[in-house]
Design a protein around this ligand. Structure first.
Ligand SMILES: NC(=O)c1ccc[n+]([C@@H]2O[C@H](COP(=O)([O-])OP(=O)(O)OC[C@H]3O[C@@H](n4cnc5c(N)ncnc54)[C@H](OP(=O)(O)O)[C@@H]3O)[C@@H](O)[C@H]2O)c1
Length: 258
């Protein structure tokens, strides 16, 4: 029997693309959502990583889990639920966790939770791989789209290395077939670009001409980004550029993340 891969967050920005990729590669895929879904070659299961409802059933018979579910308020609790349930299966699966480059450098509450969740997995005794990635194109675009609505576009003097979820999904599909790696090498987008240039690209893609105003702000968060804490310049792994991604968007300044 081929391996069975469970994707948590199978309906999310990244998880949905991971599911598609695995199905296209002929893998046996089970996907988790809190709501009932159906269709295609995917075995959808209902479960909630906060309450634990349905998680034992979701894990039963799975060889690999790609944990793409996230909730900034409950990241650690969700990891604990997953780890506990995985430990109690007869044959503990290889758990892959998607984290973020800079969780140990950038002082954001969500990043602290991701780091703590990494530590829960790393100390679980389960075979595991932690894959940190840089910001997704969609996140960078959405944040800049908000600023692009103002008459003058204020943008911090930061750099980003946005990555396409399709590129990251390729890495995760490889990871699912590989031996557990502990902390895997970071996965970054193809280009490191100034936020001002990214903002200009968003404006250009939507046919707008506005002044982009580089701004400096006080505080540890600003400094961590200014020092490149969110970057993985030695890992320009992705191939789809931000401009290519923008060219595919119907409305490059839409304020929706998905
Ligand atoms: N955004 C970025 O720039 C970025 C960069 C690097 C890494 N990452 C990481 O990539 C991962 C995926 O992010 P994303 O942006 O694709 O997430 P997303 O689109 O916000 O999707 C979140 C997913 O989590 C599921 N979920 C939430 N609470 C749940 C619960 N209690 N039980 C079970 N499932 C639950 C949701 O499923 P249902 O609603 O269907 O239940 C949904 O599919 C995250 O770990 C994130 O930290 C993100």
């Amino acid at each position: 029997m081929p391996e069975r891969i469970l994707v948590t967050g199978g309906t999310g920005q990244l998880g949905s693309v991971v599911v598609e990729r695995l199905v296209a590669a002929g893998e046996r895929v089970r996907a988790l959502s809190r709501r009932r879904r159906g269709g295609g070659s995917v075995e959808w299961v209902v479960g909630d990583l906060r309450s634990g409802r349905g998680i034992n059933t979701a894990l039963a018979g799975c060889d690999v889990v790609l944990h793409c579910a996230t909730d900034y308020r409950h990241e650690v609790a969700m990891m604990r639920t997953l780890v506990e349930a995985a430990r109690w299966t007869g044959n503990p699966p290889h758990v892959g966790y998607v984290s973020i480059v800079g969780v140990d450098r950038v002082p954001l509450g969500y990043y602290a939770a991701k780091l703590a969740a990494e530590q829960v997995l790393a100390s679980s005794g389960l075979p595991h791989t932690i894959q940190r990635a840089t910001q997704f194109h969609s996140l960078v675009r959405t944040v800049l789209a908000g600023a692009a609505r103002l008459p003058v576009v204020p943008v911090p003097r930061w750099r980003f290395q946005p990555v396409d979820v399709r590129d990251l999904a390729v890495r995760l599909a490889e990871l699912a077939k590989a031996e557990p790696a502990g902390r895997a090498p970071d996965f970054g987008g193809p280009e490191v670009l100034a936020a001002t240039d990214l903002a200009k690209a968003v404006l250009a893609a939507s046919g707008r001409t506005k002044r982009v105003l580089p701004v400096r702000l006080p505080g540890a968060l600003f400094r961590a980004y200014a020092e490149g804490g969110n970057l993985a310049p030695g890992h320009t792994d992705g191939v789809i550029t931000f401009r290519q991604y923008l060219a595919e968007q119907e409305n490059p300044v839409a304020l929706r993340y998905h």
